[in-house]
Design a protein around this ligand. Structure first.
Ligand SMILES: *Cc1c(COP(=O)(O)O)cnc(C)c1O
Length: 359
């Protein structure tokens, strides 16, 4: 009752999305990408739901996230995308965390840890195929392919991966190039599980799916194929309360900087939602909220805790009535576009002040 804004996370929709992705991936295993607190939706609930669907491999970004996940489950496979920094070896070994080795330096570090422990250690190799972000570069890759026995001695290779840069753009030639490059490398690892596709990748071609796919965004309801209608179910709904309704006169302004001047007499509502809740300030004068399904454009600047919208003139909502931010009339991709960003950022910025409800 006290929280003005209510965020609903539909775990049934998450389940459905996981199944849709399993279907789409053919025989490939569908891993759960749960980095950044499961894209801002809460690692624990998301993890338990995916685990319940049979998901057995999870990717996180940092060792801290891996430890949090290990705290929830003793058995699942956990891989850390950020790689292996010096000093992390023991934590990984003790908690059975599989590092994704992004450079030869990391491979040697892990090799050394294996020697010290007198055992083989599990790892995934990340080959860069064009992203130039993380991953083994061309020279390092060549080196590994030529001296594999020696370089990968004591490493129990659990998988090789690469990552698409442009899979969200239909027909972008970069994707096919990366696929070709990855296939070349994959050829040298016949018995090792291979993984290339993120959410968008797995919708672009069946051949991109290999043995494991790594969807994040699509699981959480984002559209992996922006040029088409969204094949995924929405997971997140967000509503907030109107605090005040007012009638402003032509020529008056709203909010900080008096950034919006009304061209006619206008009814407005001010609602409890601001950039501190992840309602990005870049949506000022751009984003739209919905009242009873009717569009209410944001007027003036979004402030820390508040936003003012224009109401339809014939509407008369009361304080306490709800405005829709995410729901049947607006999905994360649409809101993101209005704020000049991507749905990923909308999700990972979702506020801590909301009443969080999992259904
Ligand atoms: C974040 C990430 C993914 C998931 O990407 P989505 O676009 O959210 O599906 C997959 N692989 C890697 C390496 C990532 O960093």
């Amino acid at each position: 009752m006290r929280a003005p804004a209510i965020l609903t996370i539909d775990l049934q929709a998450l389940r459905t999305n996981y199944r849709i992705l399993c279907n789409k991936a053919g025989g490939a295993a569908v891993a759960g990408i749960v980095k950044a607190d499961a894209y801002g939706l809460g690692m624990e609930n998301i993890f338990r739901t995916l685990r319940g669907e049979g998901c057995a491999l999870f990717f996180v970004a940092t060792p801290e996230e891996a430890l949090a996940l290990r705290g929830l489950d003793n058995d699942v496979d956990i891989a850390v995308l950020g790689g292996l920094l010096p000093g992390m070896e023991d934590v990984c070994i003790r908690n059975r965390i599989v590092p994704i080795l992004n450079s030869l330096q990391e491979v040697f570090l892990w090799q050394k840890a294996a020697q010290n422990h007198g055992e083989t250690l599990p790892a995934i190799l990340h080959f860069d195929t064009g992203m130039n972000r993380l991953g083994l570069g061309a020279a390092e890759t060549q080196n590994i392919l030529e001296n594999r026995q020696q370089i990968l001695e004591r490493i129990d290779l659990r998988g090789i991966i690469s990552h698409f840069a442009c899979a969200d753009e239909a027909g972008n030639p970069m994707t096919e190039k990366q696929y070709a490059r990855f296939s070349e490398i994959a050829h040298h690892f016949p018995n090792v599980p291979k993984s290339l596709a993120n959410s968008s990748g797995l919708f672009r071609s069946d051949s991109y799916c290999f043995d494991i796919v790594r969807p994040g965004y699509a699981l959480y309801g984002g559209n992996p194929v922006p040029e088409q209608s969204n094949p995924m179910r929405p997971v997140v709904t967000l509503h907030t309360k109107i605090l005040q309704v007012r009638d402003v006169k032509k020529g008056e302004s709203a909010g900080y900087g008096a950034a919006h001047v009304f061209e006619k007499d206008t009814r407005t509502a001010t609602a409890a939602l601001g950039y501190a809740d992840g309602f990005l300030r870049s949506g000022s004068g751009q984003a739209t909220l919905y009242w009873n399904g009717r569009p209410c454009p944001v007027r003036g600047r979004i402030s820390m805790d508040l936003v003012t919208v224009e109401l339809p003139m014939d509407s008369r909502p009361q304080p306490g009535d709800m405005l829709e931010i995410l729901g049947p009339h607006q999905d994360i991709d649409t809101l993101a576009a209005a704020c000049g960003t991507i749905g990923y950022e909308i999700l990972t910025a979702l506020g801590k002040r909301f009443l969080w409800e999992y259904i």
